[in-house]
Design a protein around this ligand. Structure first.
Ligand SMILES: *Cc1c(COP(=O)(O)O)cnc(C)c1O
Length: 235
């Protein structure tokens, strides 16, 4: 077995144990393999071990790998910061975008989504760590943003995404993820916006995220090993 296949087996075990511990079906939690900075050969190995969904942060890098892997049927998720001038290419080349945090970007993605493709699946990125993070809308901005995005024809609003401030403290991990879940529940209860997705949990905190309702865990390091570069922009 390759190292990547062994890592995937271990992550699958962590997901099953975490789901079991909180009484959720393990099938409710999807594994999104975060392949940024990793070569196409690693993605091929992960796919051979049963993974279909891959997350990329950098558009140019993602396009190169998509071309190299065109023979596989992979589902591509964009999870990095989005510049306005990249919206067209993102709308053309991905099935999901997890990192939408302002209306202007959502409107561009919607209008630039090719008509022959299904609606682009969207998660709104929300910042639950205050000043510690610059990405994501604030919890206060979320209701209006969600209402507007849910009406855009080229998009399907699926749920929320968050990258809480990294901490080894379990109670802080749980609190941040519970906040995200609470915000999603509020949108459903108060605005009748139907959501089925919580994209939260990474290599070091997937257990806490699953306990608080994650439906995608985004796993890089535990699957592909440490990233050598570019350290300062890894999130
Ligand atoms: C890099 C990245 C991940 C993966 O983080 P790991 O700690 O390596 O598992 C998940 N989500 C986003 C948005 C990332 O940029």
């Amino acid at each position: 077995m390759s190292t990547i296949a062994k890592n995937i087996a271990k992550i699958g075990e962590r997901i099953r144990e975490a789901a079991h511990a909180c009484g959720r079906p393990a099938e409710a939690i999807g594994l999104l393999a975060v392949s940024k900075t990793k070569p196409s050969a690693d993605i091929r190995a992960a796919h051979a071990a049963g993974v279909c969904d891959f997350g990329e942060n950098y558009l140019q890098e993602a396009l190169v790998k998509q071309a190299e892997l065109a023979d596989l049927s992979l589902i591509w998720h964009f999870i990095g910061p989005i510049q306005s001038n990249k919206c067209k290419t993102i709308a053309e080349h991905f099935a999901w975008v997890h990192s939408v945090d302002r209306l202007k970007i959502a409107e561009r993605l919607s209008s630039l989504r090719p008509a022959q493709l299904p609606a682009l699946n969207i998660c709104l990125q929300v910042n639950v760590s205050g000043e510690a993070s610059k990405s994501g809308c604030t919890p206060e901005e979320l209701p209006q943003l969600a209402a507007a995005v849910s009406r855009l024809p080229g998009l399907k609003l699926r749920g929320l995404m968050a990258i809480p401030e990294p901490t080894e403290e379990h109670s802080a991990q749980h609190a941040a993820f519970a906040r995200v879940r609470g915000l999603a529940e509020q949108l459903q209860a108060e605005q009748q916006i139907e959501l089925d997705t919580l994209s939260m949990g990474m290599s070091h905190d997937l257990e806490a995220a699953i306990a608080e309702g994650a439906t995608w865990v985004r796993i890089g390091t535990a699957l592909f090993g440490a990233r050598g570069y570019p350290a300062s922009t890894s999130i």
